[in-house]
Each structure stands twice: as C-alpha cells, then as structure tokens.
Design a protein. Structure first.
Length: 352
C-alpha cells in the first residue's frame, strides 16, 4: 500500500498538547488516520485506490468565511453530485492545509481538478498558490464576479457535470507585485474602503463574515478621512496622473458597473481606467458617468490597455486585489496570457 505523507504541522497551543488544526475530509476510497509525532500532528493518507487516471480526485478548497451564510451545505451538495458521477473528492477548509497540499507535487499529480469554494478573494488566494491545475469555482461569496463571468453560477449538478466532461479553456492571469489576480486591481478610494473592512473583520478567533451592508460604515469612514493622494501610472513610456486607478483583467466590478467594456478574459492585455480629479463629489461624478456608460472619452477619464505597467503615488496608497487588501503602492503589473486552465461551463462541455 502506497503511503504519502501530505503534511506535518505544529499543534501545541497553550493548554492543549495536540490539536488537530487541519480540516481535511477525504471521501470515496480514501482512509485517513492520525498519529502524534515529534513535530506535532502527522496525518497519513492511504491512497491505494488512486492509481489510475479515472480515480484521480477533485480537490475542493473551501472558505468557511465567504459570503453571508454557512457554505458547507452547498459544498456537500457538490460532493454528492461528484460522487454520483463516481468522482472521488477531497475537501480542505484549513488555510495552512491548503498551502501545504498545493505545494506538494504528489498531491497535484493525483488531483484531476481544483474546485475553489468561496468568493472572489478566495479564488485569488488559491490561484496565487496554484494555477496549473484545471480549475472550477463554486461561488459562495457576496459578488462572485469571476464565477458569473465564467458561468459557474449554475447548479452544483451542472458544475459536477462540467468537471466530469473535463473540457478546459484558458484565461489570462494578471500579476501585481508577483501576486496573481483574475479580475482586477484598484488603487485609491475603494481600496481604502477594503482596507477598513479588512481591519474590521479580524477577530481573535478568526474572521467575521462580510455581508453587503458590512461595507457601509467603512465606506463612510473613507468618505470622511480619505485624502486622495496623487497616483501615477507609467505605461507605454508615458505617465498618466490621477486620483483613482482601476486595472482590469475582465470587465467585472461590484454592483454591475462596467468600466472597460472591451476587456476580454483571453485578450492578452490589462485594461486600465484613471480618474483625474480629486475629491468626494468628483468621485461620485465619476461613478455616475460609469453607471450611465458615459465615462469613455470624458476629459477627466483616461483609459487604455497594455501588457505591463508601473504605479507610484505621492504617498503610500491602499491597493485591493479581487476584493481583498493587497497592501500599498508602488505596483508592478503584467499579464500572463492564457495561463489559467478553467473548466469550460459552456453547454457543449456539459455531460447530461
């Protein structure tokens, strides 16, 4: 029997001598047993049934904090749908376990598909660790922008059917300071709001769930305190100055705003928009122009596309990536054309 040691983790915390901190559930012909070791907890996975290609498992990387509801029931529905198609699964909720598994060549060689169960931030986090495996999304967040763009907002049975069909398409992957992103990066007011939400959701025991109304108080604080530092985009040998910068891999944004209508997931370019006027009322005007589709060609709006660009600012300015806080400026951005394999949810790829 082949034995693969997948992870070893320290688990001695205060009064507890050994605490199992990884939430991993192997199902369908995989036995799990745990034993203490000098390094903490060593979990040994017996995978004797996973030798052939048809037995390779689907790994589901879940985020229990995504969205406003408990997500486990929907994940269990996908697991059931996959098992109905005779596809073994592995469920991983723990962040440290996720990192160790996706860094393990043996794990990845046995994984036929990676399902990211969470919101846009979870998608960015997982693709930041691994973007060579065929990937599907089980949308569990508030916006689920990439999932909607790729057709994963359907039933768990349809998602399982597409995974079974195994047809793959490739989409571009953005890079910012060596961190992958799938949707967009922004620098300015909205990133300041994300920074405040990030600070609010941290607790000693984990993270608070973020709902749509969770942004109301942080947004008001940003309205009162954000000072609109100057942001400079260096692209194609030119410098473009402004006060709110958004860079897109795909034309998706919260509340359905369309900033870059010409952007495609596989066009090999990053598409950018710069608002050139500072101030709160000015920013509201910008959002109104975007909402009505009148921002392209406006004298206070600069737009363009490129394969790479740099961003600097007059002071460290917050940056958000796919809805999660990245850090502060400066930035180096680029595109990796068709670098991310995605399970194709088109009608032709779904086995019925």
């Amino acid at each position: 029997m082949k034995i693969i040691i997948v992870y070893v983790v320290h688990a001695i915390i205060r009064r507890h001598s050994i605490l199992k901190v990884f939430h991993i559930d192997f199902t369908c012909s995989i036995k799990v047993r745990s034993q203490p070791s000098s390094h903490g907890l060593c979990t040994i996975l017996h995978m004797s049934e996973l030798h052939s290609r048809s037995d390779r498992f689907v790994a589901i990387m879940g985020n229990p904090y995504s969205g406003a509801k408990d997500n486990r029931a929907r994940v269990e529905g996908l697991v059931t749908a996959l098992h109905d198609l005779q596809i073994p699964t592995q469920m991983i909720w723990d962040l440290k376990a996720r990192e160790l598994c996706l860094a393990d060549p043996g794990f990845k060689s046995q994984c036929r598909c990676l399902v990211i169960a969470g919101g846009d931030g979870t998608v960015a986090g997982v693709t930041g660790l691994c973007h060579e495996l065929p990937t599907a999304i089980l949308p569990l967040g508030n916006e689920n922008l990439l999932a909607k763009e790729l057709g994963f907002h359907r039933s768990v049975q349809e998602i399982a059917s597409a995974i079974h069909a195994a047809k793959v398409r490739h989409i571009d992957l953005g890079m910012v300071n060596d961190q992958p992103f799938t949707i967009m990066v922004s620098c300015g007011f909205d990133a300041d709001v994300v920074q405040r939400v990030t600070e609010w959701r941290r607790t000693p025991d984990g993270q608070r769930r973020v709902k749509h109304h969770s942004y109301a108080k942080p947004a008001m604080e940003s309205v009162l305190h954000y000072n609109f530092p100057r942001i400079s985009l260096i692209v194609d040998g030119k410098q473009v100055d402004g006060f709110e910068l958004l860079v897109f891999n795909v034309n998706r944004y919260a509340t359905g705003l369309s900033f870059v209508p010409d952007a495609k997931l596989d066009d090999g370019h990053l598409h950018w928009v710069m608002w050139k006027k500072p101030g709160r009322l000015s920013l509201l005007r910008f959002l109104y122009l975007v909402k009505t589709g009148k921002h392209i060609g406006h004298p206070h709006v600069a737009v363009g596309h490129a394969r790479s660009m740099n961003v600097i600012s007059s002071q460290p300015t917050p940056v958000q990536l796919d809805g999660d806080l990245l850090g502060n400026t400066p930035l180096i951005l680029s595109i990796k054309p068709q670098a991310l394999p995605i399970i194709d949810m088109s009608a032709a790829s779904i086995s019925r």
